[in-house]
Ligand binder design. Structure first.
Ligand code: PLP
Length: 455
């Protein structure tokens, strides 16, 4: 076929069947595949012919450069956390848990039930299925201390994942050209969403004990910002949980400046040796906008998150969400609600805690043994990641490449810094596939570090 001249006629199906000893069905299938690839064309009643191959020439997209102009913000490259990699590598980079950590049986049963229900053919209300709104409100309300009014279901807007929620919150409550305070380091997806929304990021130093409150107050004063994006529980990437007292002080600073705290509670279901304590539960004055995602804990295929916002802010969010996607697929909402309403969901979360603890400890131990110059500054009490400080002289890009060449994929910490990184870090995720390979992964990192230090 490859050697046949354009226009040449292929032998008949019967001849090909005889020539290759294949059944007529197989020959027909092969011809259909070749036709779909554009390699042959069939002229009914005449025969099948080799098509003339158009000489491949590079396209000229230069006109788009003129049409698009320079981007308002430098567009970050695809995050390492989202890379898909072959099965035979040791993957410590991913942002989403491996399927052995998901409630797979519950998810499949929920899909089967949802397929028979009304949500498979109906349009849900714009803000979300009322029962799911009620679930998100009740989850947050359960943590409300005495004297603080819990949120109501009507305060909730359902989003297709909290990434979408973040984009909407940044667009609707901050707006292009205006400042947004963020912890540094912070979630790469928040940096991306802010860049796309034209929001100006103002980094506030943060670490194993949460953000520096004096710097936070100073940043509010200097910039006039009206919003602070933060992860008070098991932050991605540092794993930090704000110590008791810090949440109240941050809430005080935010209120004093007439601002919003945008609380990303992405790891609510991933407590290990501590439970998450949402700051939003302590606020009934509309200062805290709370994002809770089910994507990582229920299934990456069920992209569902709830955003709790009180007052006019909630109407702004709903308007932006409608402009973006009108409403969220009802069947996905029904599946998420079904899963989290089962008593087996609670059992799953309890067992998940133990499995995450074992994985976290395995990776921490392996690093201590095989990569002693890589320091885990604080073993996280929850979440999915270790934030690992490397010696200052490390050439991070080369180290990451060396690891990859040896079959270990790691995420360079630079992607989590909204400004220049303050040190060389790796973010290592312990919820990926094949934890049995963690010691091998740590060994490769240790060897690469030994090779690259001080070069
Ligand atoms: C801190 C944080 N927020 C939000 C998200 C996005 O979550 P979702 O999958 O619900 O969009 C992620 C995902 O990695 C995350 O790490």
């Amino acid at each position: 076929m490859e050697t046949a001249a354009p226009g040449a006629r292929l032998p008949s199906t019967r001849a090909l069947t005889a020539q290759y000893g294949a059944s007529p069905v197989t020959v027909q299938k092969a011809l259909r595949t070749l036709a779909a690839q554009g390699a042959v064309e069939t002229r009914p009643g005449v025969g099948t012919f080799v098509r003339a191959v158009r000489a491949a020439r590079p396209n000229d997209y230069g006109w788009q450069t003129a049409a698009l102009g320079a981007p308002r913000n430098r567009v970050p490259q695809l995050s390492t956390a989202l890379r898909t990699v072959p099965n035979d590598v040791i993957a410590l980079h991913s942002g989403y848990p491996d399927r052995e950590l998901l409630p797979e049986r519950l998810v499949r049963a929920a899909f089967a039930r949802a397929a028979r229900g009304d949500t498979a053919v109906g349009r849900p209300p714009a803000a979300g299925l009322p029962e799911l709104q009620a679930w998100f409100a009740a989850e947050l309300g359960a943590a409300a201390p005495a004297g603080v009014a819990p949120p109501s279901p009507g305060d909730v807007v359902v989003f297709p994942g909290s990434q979408s929620g973040l984009s909407t919150v940044f667009r609707a409550l901050v707006g292009a050209g205006r400042p947004l305070l963020v912890e540094s380091p912070t979630y790469w997806g928040a940096i991306l969403a802010a860049a796309q929304a034209g929001v100006r990021l103002v980094p506030v130093p943060s670490g194993a004990h949460g953000p520096d409150q004096d710097e936070l107050a100073r940043a509010f004063e200097q910039t006039g910002a009206r919003a602070f994006y933060a992860q008070p529980n098991f932050a991605n990437p540092t794993g930090a949980q704000w110590p008791p007292g810090l949440a109240d002080r941050v809430l005080g600073i935010v209120r004093e400046h007439g601002a919003f705290l945008i609380e990303d509670d992405w790891a609510h279901d991933f407590g290990i040796t501590a439970d998450p304590v949402p700051v939003a539960a302590r606020d009934d004055s509309g200062h805290v906008v709370h994002l809770r995602s089910l994507t990582k804990s229920v299934s990456p295929a069920v992209r569902i998150a709830g955003v709790v916002a009180r007052g006019p802010a909630r109407a702004r969010l709903l308007a932006d969400a409608q402009a973006e996607s009108v409403y969220v697929s009802g069947i996905l909402q029904a599946v998420a609600l079904d899963v989290v309403s089962q008593s087996a969901w609670r059992t799953h979360l309890r067992s998940l805690r133990h499995r995450l603890a074992a994985r976290r400890d395995l990776l921490v131990g392996a690093l201590r043994e095989h990569a002693p110059t890589a320091r885990v500054e604080a073993v996280p009490q929850g979440g999915l990641n270790l934030w690992v400080r490397l010696p200052d002289a490390t050439d991070l890009a080369r180290l990451v490449r060396d690891c990859e060449d040896a079959g270990v994929v790691v995420a360079p910490g630079n992607e989590w810094f909204p400004a220049e990184p303050t040190g060389a870090y790796l973010r290592l995720n312990y919820s990926g596939p094949n934890p049995g390979a963690f010691p091998d992964g740590a060994r490769v990192i240790g060897q690469a570090l030994a090779r690259r230090q001080g070069q």
